[in-house]
Design a protein around this ligand. Structure first.
Ligand code: FAD
Ligand code: SF4
Ligand code: SF4
Length: 476
């Protein structure tokens, strides 16, 4: 090889090396830029409080994670997970729906869906593996216990009813007139499953609920598609995995109620549960029920939050939108900053002739799924939907709504001609009721040790396992 050839090869190698080094540096700069952006986003999410899970959520075992990112790709909620500094991280916990796709995808079992360490959560009641609360005989099933999704609710309802049936069998007592074996409160999927199982097992039951059969599903917007994972509903059989219109699920459940002549007292709100003479006395707005066991399946939606402004008692103020298609050529104001408010506003905006305004009291949406955020941005850009941020309703008059700015120092008033007001500001969850009943939570609302005393001799670790959710550590 002559000198010229050698120098050409050497130059080519040097040039290739330079390009590779340059490319590597660019990639690192890009990664660093991406990571800086992600960290900034993490800070924002934390400030907005959306880093906290509402129900069950994914949890990463940092010691096992290899940073492959499969979980990020598997998650359909868009921005719940991200790989930060080579490790998966839960970024937007409030957007996690606990579906478990990430868990199923992880090649090294480094991600788990559950409640995590509930000793830090004042919204998760402490339950035994069979879902009995700290009040003996009182079981908690479904979303009220922190585990969402229809399938999980069904599994938990069954689990509670089976446990109660076993206890009744193990400790039979002479029948006392007016004392039922089991009272089921709430007829969402969890309550229905407990109720159907109780009927299947021949237990003497009573059942009360605020709303009609279906619970939260009953309140979904018309024709909402519900993704249900496979579950076996007592008295009914297998619900195959798939997407169901809410009407189809409701029909399945109502048919089972009718076919088996099951009695459900609707429009009855539970007010108190008290242990008395070996039974539980449940006071409701429809009377008092006595039973040996109670399954509380109240969900987490609670009573819809009101605005507390003059004119709110008007018949054109509603707290949910059942059927957007029923309103056309109308002027509607939707109030709220969550997914249900945005979905209601988008549903109304899609109807011919509607003029729809969405009012949110903050200057940012923190709890929207990425899909809803995209749809909202598009509708606003196309002027199909009008947004008034940092605003709150001052009063509702016969043909208009008066909005004021929430920004301190800004005196701005907007008069909106209006036919309908939809208040989608969430609900007051039933936790105060549970506290009143004596149910213990992972963390008390104001956990202060009495003077000179350590808080509750803890931490002691127990294991609780909710079906559909992996085992979680509970410190009590
Ligand atoms: C908009 C939306 C979309 C969803 N989409 C899906 C989905 O696609 N797939 C999925 O699997 N899950 C979905 N979910 C979650 C699912 O609906 C819930 O996890 C499930 O309904 C919880 O069932 P539950 O029986 O525990 O409670 P709920 O369904 O909330 O039922 C609670 C019951 O308790 C009653 N109640 C409440 N308070 C009282 C009281 N004080 N006294 C007496 N009764 C009371 C209510 O009337 C109701 O009957 C969605 C939830 C929402 C809000
Ligand atoms: S549980 Fe479902 S929603 Fe939550 S992070 Fe995993 S894939 Fe996403
Ligand atoms: S799939 Fe598992 S290993 Fe891969 S990034 Fe996610 S948690 Fe880590």
């Amino acid at each position: 090889m002559d000198l010229v050839t050698i120098s050409v090869i050497a130059s080519a190698i040097a040039a290739f090396g330079l390009v590779a080094a340059w490319q590597h540096r660019l990639e690192r700069a890009h990664d660093a830029e991406e990571e800086a952006k992600l960290r900034e986003r993490l800070k924002e999410i934390k400030e907005l409080g959306a880093d906290k899970a509402l129900t069950q959520c994914s949890h990463i075992h940092g010691d096992k994670c290899i940073g492959c990112g499969s979980c990020v790709i598997a998650c359909h909620q868009g921005d719940v997970l991200a790989v930060v500094s080579g490790l998966a991280r839960v970024v937007h916990a409030a957007h996690c729906i606990g579906c478990g796709r990430c868990e199923a995808t992880c090649p090294v079992c480094a991600i788990e869906v559950g409640l995590g360490d509930i000793s830090k959560r004042p919204d998760i009641p402490i339950l035994s593996p069979e879902l009995e609360s700290s009040v003996p005989g009182l079981y908690i099933a479904g979303e009220l216990g922190g585990i969402s999704l229809v399938r999980n609710a069904i599994e938990q309802g069954k689990l509670a009813a089976n446990a109660i049936a076993r206890r009744l069998k193990a400790d039979p007592k002479p029948k006392v007139p007016g004392v039922h074996d089991i009272l089921v409160v709430g007829v969402g999927p969890a309550g229905l499953s407990a109720l159907f199982r109780a009927v299947e097992l021949g237990l003497d039951y009573a059942s009360v609920s605020l709303d009609d059969v279906g619970g939260t599903v009953y309140k979904y917007p018309r024709r909402k598609l519900t993704l249900v994972q496979a579950a076996d509903m007592p008295l009914q059989g297998r619900i195959k995995e798939g997407e169901y219109f809410k009407e189809d699920l409701l029909k399945m459940w109502s048919d089972t109620v009718c076919r088996n002549n099951i009695r459900v007292q609707i429009n009855a709100a539970v007010e108190m549960i008290t242990p008395a003479d070996g039974v539980l006395e449940t006071k409701t707005t429809a009377g008092t029920f006595k039973s040996r066991f109670v399954v509380l399946a109240l969900g987490r939606r609670g009573v819809p939050r009101k605005l507390g402004v003059p004119g709110e008692e008007s018949e054109r103020v509603l707290y949910e939108l059942a059927d957007a298609a029923a309103l056309q050529g109308q002027k509607a104001l939707v109030i709220g900053g969550g997914n249900s408010a945005v979905e209601a506003a988008l549903g109304l905006a899609a109807q011919p002739g509607n003029y729809v305004v969405l009012s949110h009291r903050k200057n940012e949406f923190s709890r929207l799924t990425s899909r809803n955020k995209e749809r909202l941005d598009k509708a606003v850009a196309e002027k199909r939907l009008h947004l008034i941020m940092s605003s709150q309703v001052k009063c509702i008059e016969p043909d208009k709504v008066v909005l004021h700015s929430c920004d301190p120092g800004v005196v701005e008033k907007t008069d909106l001609p209006n036919d309908w007001v939809f208040v989608c500001a969430g609900g007051d969850p039933p936790f105060p009721l549970l506290h009143k009943i004596g149910v213990k939570f992972g963390k008390a609302p104001d956990e202060e040790a009495p003077e000179g005393k350590a808080p509750d001799a803890g931490p002691r670790e127990t294991k609780t396992r909710a079906p559909g959710a992996p085992a979680v550590k509970v410190k009590t």
